[in-house]
Design a protein around this ligand. Structure first.
Ligand code: PA5
Length: 466
């Protein structure tokens, strides 16, 4: 097997977007695994799937609004409105609770984890409100501990639900709404609550209209997991002090690349190669990062691909690992366990800070061979060494590299994965934009909780032995 992985050089940190590639994709180890014929065939099928996406006549075509978000739906005016609220809240609030689940929280959570100094949450350190999340779980302890924090902070709420009826965020909002009303008075808290929801329907729309909350709209033709470039993703990111204009610029630059039928289209290549690997027996895709800031990008990616592709008995299983951390937990399995895995590595070319390893005259730890090297160089050699070891163990990889972790590159990365996901799901033959399987647990939960109308189901479930 050819382990031909090109050397990676340490580049200096730079911000010159005009001269840089936004995303690079390479896959020599996967090519040696699938062969050139299979690559060619997969690329042709990916191009035809892209055609379907662009013609808008494939399955789920009523949900293609995300394709144009960066160039038409998100206008200068809506960005200004978002930035205006962010500066207003910066002056007034210490903390903002973002309530949502799935596509209504993962995009902003991923962006904030990627852009923030992780220690600021504990020690402040920015002039902007801290953003925390709720409504993405049903843990009583989580909500109770959050309420303890809200007792002490000057806070506001952004509640996000496209349907306006999802149970987890609705329960969290009911509890937090009561807290904020008791703390500030019912009349005085309307300007501390913003709802992002459907333009006309759903309980959250009705409640917002009644209570006079400010609202943003999630377009009808944009599904939850494709909504990071709408106010769903943009408002929490702007509130935390990040540049949403640049986020949209990155997405817009990526749009030009990935909607073209060029051989350099990285989304075509990614969709083609992951499908070819799947067809050759690699059923699990591990998204790999070497920077803890990207951990939630992987969570967002898992929802995007898992919910879009996992249906009708088909779909690559999307999983994730954080290296080098997980090399000490999952590394053994990846190296020698069942050979049904391939890896997609997200590499970041530049880091913002520089730390070099010192010379130690005693050298008790034996690390003087690293004297003068940057920590990031160790990280890169860990990446190259791991990729080669995994390829040798039968785990081919695709490497996706971005220049920097910043708003521009993240906007581009989100748009890249969304387009690749649409193409890939059409190659698989499924509807990328529905999620019928998500309903099943809800029906059971409602029945077990005694929701009116679910009595028969509840009796059936109570007789089950699981
Ligand atoms: O992608 C999707 O459609 C889902 O993951 C939704 O985002 C998630 O279920 C939350 O739905 P809603 O925004 O309607 O509360």
């Amino acid at each position: 097997m050819n382990t031909n992985i090109p050397p990676i050089l340490l580049n200096s940190y730079q911000n010159n977007y005009s001269s840089m590639k936004i995303i690079d994709i390479e896959y020599p180890s996967s090519l040696s695994y699938i062969g050139e014929e299979m690559e060619k065939d997969a690329l042709l099928r990916a191009a035809s799937a892209l055609d379907t996406l662009l013609r808008g006549d494939g399955r789920g075509n009523e949900f293609l609004g995300w394709l144009d978000l960066p160039v038409s739906s998100i206008t200068k005016e809506s960005l200004n409105q978002i930035n205006k609220i962010a500066s207003e809240w910066k002056e007034r609030l210490e903390l903002v609770v973002v309530i949502g689940i799935g596509g209504s929280y993962l995009g902003s959570k991923a962006t904030l984890e990627a852009l923030s100094n992780p220690f600021n949450l504990y020690f402040g350190g920015t002039p902007y409100p801290s953003v925390v999340f709720a409504g993405h779980n049903m843990s009583e302890d989580y909500i109770a501990e959050l309420l303890d924090l809200l007792d002490k902070k000057e806070y506001g709420v952004v509640v996000i639900s496209k349907s306006g009826t999802t149970t987890e965020p609705a329960v969290a909002f009911r509890i937090i709404k009561r807290h904020i009303e008791e703390k500030y008075g019912k009349e005085r808290c309307a300007d501390r609550i913003i709802a992002i929801t459907d333009s006309k329907k759903g309980a959250l729309r009705e409640l917002s209209d009644k209570q006079g909350y400010r609202t943003f709209i999630i377009p009808d033709d944009v599904g939850g997991r494709f909504s990071v470039l709408t106010p769903v993703g943009l408002l929490p990111v702007a509130i935390a002090g990040y540049n949403v204009d640049s986020f949209i610029e990155g997405a817009s630059a990526m749009r030009e690349k990935v909607l073209s039928k060029s051989v350099d289209n990285p989304a075509l290549k990614y969709a083609a190669i992951r499908n070819a690997l799947y067809e050759s027996g690699k059923k699990t895709e591990l998204i790999v990062n070497y920077n803890p800031k990207l951990q939630y990008i992987a969570e967002w990616w898992k929802q995007l691909f898992g919910e879009s592709e996992g249906k009708e008995g088909r779909g690559i299983f999307p999983a994730s690992v954080n290296f080098t951390t997980d090399l000490h937990s999952m590394g053994q399995y990846i190296q020698e366990g069942e050979r049904t895995i391939f890896e997609t590595v997200i590499s970041v070319n530049n880091c913002k800070r520089e730390i070099r390893i010192d010379h130690d005259p005693n050298n008790l730890d034996g690390l003087n061979f690293l004297t003068g090297k940057r920590v990031e160089e160790c990280n890169r050699m860990a990446e190259i060494g791991t990729r080669i070891a995994h390829v040798d163990g039968g785990v081919p990889n695709i490497r996706i590299s971005i220049e920097n972790i910043d708003e521009y590159n993240l906007g581009a990365l989100f748009y890249f994965f969304e387009t690749a996901c649409g193409i890939s799901a059409y190659m698989l033959g499924v509807n990328p934009f529905d999620q019928p399987g998500v309903e099943d647990y809800k029906v059971n939960m409602f029945a077990l909780l005694g929701k009116p109308g679910y009595e028969e189901k509840a009796n059936e479930l109570r007789s089950r032995n699981i």
